[in-house]
Design a protein around this ligand. Structure first.
Ligand SMILES: NC(=O)c1ccc[n+]([C@@H]2O[C@H](COP(=O)([O-])OP(=O)(O)OC[C@H]3O[C@@H](n4cnc5c(N)ncnc54)[C@H](O)[C@@H]3O)[C@@H](O)[C@H]2O)c1
Length: 337
């Protein structure tokens, strides 16, 4: 099976490419490297012994995208490529709509043109917005509260409408908070600039790259007052994509939407403690006021993922922190050095 992985040199994409190659699929990556580096391909090869075919392509360029489909005989698509930083999306909404929405439109056009009938889409818990109704089920109303979340919701509509009209199959995966790295420490999250997510921030404080972590709010209605989120090991998430592809062979022309999370909520202070234990390093942090738009608690109902795609996260929070720290320790400045 030949899988086109858009955004395959990115954080989740690279881990999924490893899982795909290890499970015997051929992998073709299309990525414009706007938030990733070519070195990722060497690292994937080191882990799997196989190098994916790579195209430096921007999905907004339909002509270039069609050339890949023309040449590669693609069986299915996993569509990761997107811009993903919430504050950035508030500052530059048009860029986000253009990139995430136009990219998805072009993927669907190309699939239609080349008769490709299987797609897995990366969506996000951000589509649920500010709900406090935990655990969050897939049937919860969609109220994304920032441009990023709205682009994810629009991507979902495009893909499911396309699938229905073309008799294609689609699995839409709503990720909660992926963290950690491949246990080899060869691939991991390499944010460009200051990280906006908790885990890369903590690990950069641990390695001395950043001075201090700010914990936004300790007066939420949670056991220790800090925000509670559902964290999931990126390798568990990657394996969820393999299960989703397998499911596409069964559902054929249906659309299925599932949450991928651990189903557990961990507070910011719990994550800090676990990371300290894994790394042996004390994390310098300071409590700061709540951030606008944050909820106290958010975690996934994972019943459907288990039932529909036979998937459940296996790695616990200790493993997430340990693998994150191994990656950070071996690559203190990311892929560049
Ligand atoms: N990381 C998270 O916390 C998280 C949570 C929920 C959902 N997601 C979704 O998962 C997907 C992957 O996220 P990630 O964390 O791996 O991000 P990432 O930035 O590491 O990877 C995305 C990749 O897509 C590429 N890309 C972006 N726009 C492109 C375009 N127009 N053409 C070609 N390539 C393009 C980037 O260069 C990058 O390599 C995204 O769709 C994101 O919205 C991520």
């Amino acid at each position: 099976m030949k899988v086109l992985v858009t955004g395959g040199t990115g954080y989740i994409g690279s881990h999924t490419c490893v899982s795909l190659l290890n499970s015997g699929s051929d992998v073709v990556i299309a990525d414009n490297l706007s938030n990733s580096r070519l070195e990722v391909l060497n690292r994937i090869e080191k882990i799997t012994g196989k190098k994916p075919v790579f195209y430096k392509t921007d999905l907004r360029d339909k002509t270039e995208l069609y050339k890949i489909f023309e040449k590669e005989n693609i069986d299915s698509v996993i569509h990761f490529a997107a811009l993903k930083t919430i504050p950035d999306s508030i500052a530059h909404p048009l860029e986000y709509y253009e990139n995430n929405v136009a990219g998805t439109m072009n993927i669907c056009h190309a699939m239609k043109e080349y008769n490709v009938k299987k797609i897995v889409l990366s969506s996000s818990a951000a589509v649920y917005g500010l709900t406090d109704n935990n655990p969050i089920k897939e049937t919860a109303p969609l109220f994304p509260y920032n441009p990023y979340g709205r682009t994810k919701m629009i991507q979902e509509y495009i893909v499911s409408d396309f699938a229905k009209s073309e008799k294609a199959g689609a699995v839409i995966l709503r990720y909660f908070n992926p963290i950690g790295a491949h246990e080899s420490g060869l691939i991991g999250e390499d944010p460009m600039g200051t990280p906006s997510n908790l885990m890369p921030y903590i690990s950069q404080v641990a390695s001395g790259r950043l001075e201090k972590l700010f914990v936004f709010g300790n007066d939420y209605n949670t056991p220790d007052g800090t925000g509670v989120r559902d964290y999931i090991h990126v390798c568990d998430l990657a394996e969820g994509h393999i299960k989703a592809l397998e499911k596409l062979d069964i559902i054929k022309d249906k659309v299925l939407t599932v949450n991928l999370g651990s189903g557990h909520g961990y507070s910011v202070l719990e994550i800090i403690k676990s990371f300290e234990k894994a790394s042996g390093i004390k994390i310098n942090y300071e409590i700061a006021p709540r951030r606008e738009g944050d909820v106290g608690t958010c975690f996934a109902d994972i019943t459907l993922a288990q039932k529909e795609i036979g998937w459940k996260a296996k790695r616990n929070i200790e493993k997430m922190c340990l693998d994150e720290w191994t990656w950070q320790k071996l690559n203190p400045k990311g892929y560049e050095y």
